[in-house]
Design a protein around this ligand. Structure first.
Ligand SMILES: [Zn+2]
Length: 205
């Protein structure tokens, strides 16, 4: 399957691909050049363009989009009731963009799955090795402590520095993803709200 990953950092691209392959149980093929990745606003503002580019200029069959939640509200199944989407929920926001594009293009031939890393993808990388590696850990943290400092600590736990080089980021992300790929149910269990929707969609491919 020709798969594109649209995330917040080029380091996440490889790690997410490993996780997707573990879910699918088969290898994927990247498209060249890979998509540019640069944080949440870039991702939100460029998703429409990316969908059109992949559909019209590449042979991509599937797109996986993963964003960090940071301090935005966590997705909840209630958001999926008709008309009750949360504009501030990044997963709902991205779903809206995807649906709008598919409607405008009258096509859903490009398979698209979206994941929300709560509060950041480093929490996924820590799953199974650190008590902070779960959505529950984040939700149980007092609201006033759910800040950038918390996310920086997650970064530190993964990379041993808050300012990793891209090279280091890639190495740590890949190692974590390879470990998690051995038992993908770990992420499914500990990240039901943000990883749950991603795995659910990919399993239909
Ligand atoms: Zn939502």
């Amino acid at each position: 399957m020709k798969l594109s990953v649209f995330g917040e950092s080029p380091a996440d691209e490889g790690a997410v691909r490993i996780l997707v392959e573990a879910i699918l149980g088969r290898p994927t093929e990247p498209i060249s050049p890979p998509l540019e990745s640069r944080g949440w606003p870039f991702l939100r503002n460029n998703l429409s363009k990316v969908i059109r580019h992949l559909m019209f200029s590449t042979e991509t069959e599937a797109l996986v989009v993963v964003t960090d939640a940071d301090s935005s509200p966590i997705h909840h199944p209630d958001h999926e009731q008709a008309g009750s989407r949360y504009a501030d929920c990044r997963l709902c926001c991205l779903r809206d963009i995807v649906e709008r594009e598919q409607k405008q293009l009258s096509s859903d031939s490009l398979k698209i799955a979206i994941g929300l890393a709560v509060p950041s993808i480093e929490a996924w990388y820590l799953c199974g090795t650190d008590t902070r590696g779960s959505e529950a850990a984040w939700l149980q943290t007092e609201e006033r402590k759910r800040n950038t400092m918390y996310r920086n600590r997650l970064k530190y736990a993964v990379y041993q520095t808050e300012r990793p080089t891209l090279e280091l980021e890639k190495r740590c992300a890949t190692a974590a993803a390879q470990r998690l790929a051995q038992d993908i149910s770990l992420l499914e269990t500990h990240f039901p709200k943000g990883f749950g929707p991603l795995i659910k969609t990919i399993r239909t491919w």
